[in-house]
Design a protein. Structure first.
Length: 408
């Protein structure tokens, strides 16, 4: 028997803490839920002494989101069809096309066959199954609704992948166009400008400032290309080293959120992901405190959100409502905190979170549609402006030469 400390909320919304003895964490959760409590946090006493909730690691393997979504959907279908869990896992391991996923599922099927719970066996493969998977599967095991939870996981992953694909599609065309245009301009500066520079030099002309600047830049690329590339590499490595630090990651998040035109778009993407994930976790029966701990791991690379979620987790653990904790963090829009409060008051927090995530998803999709429609003229003007400056820098001395020839 192990001893577990817990923080729970009753039907009236009152928060209380205590301890109980149970064979394992699942039994402790079942006992508290059987008494009608809503679990905010629970951990074995040795875990509590070691610093509270265990941090759930993020998946960083080569397994794509759509592979995981398909795996969850297939596993749910097999379980709904009456196939035993071990047999279902073995079948999916045999037919998986992704090598990393196949190895992980094969190992999971062996562990489950040996008597280990599914969420514990998934926990042994953090590079494939992240904290979201583990928490939702654990909730499905406790509630006895594993197929429904697996379908929720698949639906969540699929929606995130679809949104990611829309954003990438909207940004891919301008990125390719910009890259090709820059390549053509570099060729012009490296090959064409030096030829005209030699012609102007032979006439001993006093060149305009713009022409001198273009020729100087061309000389740097032609005669000091190695040093130029080395400087870029050094700057890039230095920036990468800085961004690997805590301060650098925080500065990166602040810079991205503060970008004109794109800053609110990036923040909307992060907010939509947070709301969708939180809604899925709570709806599946994951305790609020554990759900926030999962979010903290998911947003580990975004230090602004990660710091806010850490503060929110600590506030919720002390009994503060989730809407008040989010509002105190000062990171999320007032719409989010006000709607959360309404969800808590009405007892429909997962539904409200789902509505909010749909609102932000629509905002993102509107931005991508507008961006796609206006980026063409913007890129034409931008590239045309650069070409115009270079052409003007060449033709200004030519015009001077024509005047000299006319006088002669």
């Amino acid at each position: 028997m192990a001893r577990f400390t817990y923080t729970v909320q009753d039907a009236k919304g009152d928060t209380s803490s205590g301890a109980l003895d149970a064979p394992d964490e699942n039994e402790a959760i079942a006992a508290l839920q059987g008494q009608g409590y809503f679990i905010l946090s629970i951990q074995a006493e040795q875990e509590a002494e070691g610093g509270g909730l265990r941090r759930l690691r993020r998946a960083t393997s080569g397994v794509g989101g759509r592979d995981l979504a398909f795996f969850g959907e297939q596993l749910a279908t097999l379980l709904n069809g009456g196939v035993p869990l071990v047999r279902a896992l073995s079948l999916l391991a045999e037919h998986s096309e992704n090598e990393s996923l196949r190895k992980a599922v094969h190992a999971v099927s062996k562990d489950v066959a040996g008597g280990m719970s599914l969420h514990k066996s998934l926990e042994k493969h953090p590079k494939v199954f992240d904290g979201l998977w583990i928490s939702l599967v654990q909730a499905g095991e406790l509630s006895g609704q594993m197929p429904r939870v697996l379908k929720q996981i698949s639906s969540y992953i699929q929606s995130q992948e679809d949104l990611k694909a829309k954003v990438i599609t909207a940004l891919a065309y301008p990125a390719v166009l910009f890259t090709i245009s820059m390549g053509v301009l570099m060729f012009f500066i490296v090959k064409i400008v030096p030829t005209f520079a030699e012609i102007f030099k032979s006439f001993d002309l006093k060149l305009p400032v713009l022409t001198q600047a273009i020729i100087a830049f061309s000389n740097v690329l032609v005669h000091h290309l190695v040093a130029f590339i080395a400087s870029i590499v050094v700057i890039g490595l230095s920036l990468k080293a800085y961004l690997a630090t805590e301060d650098g990651q925080y500065a990166k998040a602040s810079f991205l959120f503060g970008l004109p035109f794109f800053g609110s778009f990036i923040k909307n993407i992060q907010t939509e992901r947070l709301l969708t994930t939180l809604s899925t976790l709570i709806e599946s029966g994951v305790s609020i405190l554990n759900a926030i701990a999962v979010l903290e791991g998911i947003f580990e690379s975004n230090k602004i959100f990660a710091h806010a979620l850490r503060t929110i987790k600590n506030d919720v653990a002390t009994g503060k409502s989730i809407s008040a904790a989010f509002k105190k963090a000062g990171v999320f829009p007032p719409l989010v905190t006000e709607m959360m409060w309404m969800g808590e008051e009405s007892g429909k927090l997962p539904d409200i979170l789902g509505t909010l995530s749909s609102f932000y998803r629509e905002q993102i999709e509107q931005f991508t549609r507008r961006f796609t429609s206006i980026i063409d003229p913007i890129m034409v003007v931008f590239i045309g402006g650069i070409v115009g400056v270079i052409v003007l820098s060449i033709f200004m001395p030519i015009f001077q030469l024509s005047q000299i020839g006319g006088k002669g």
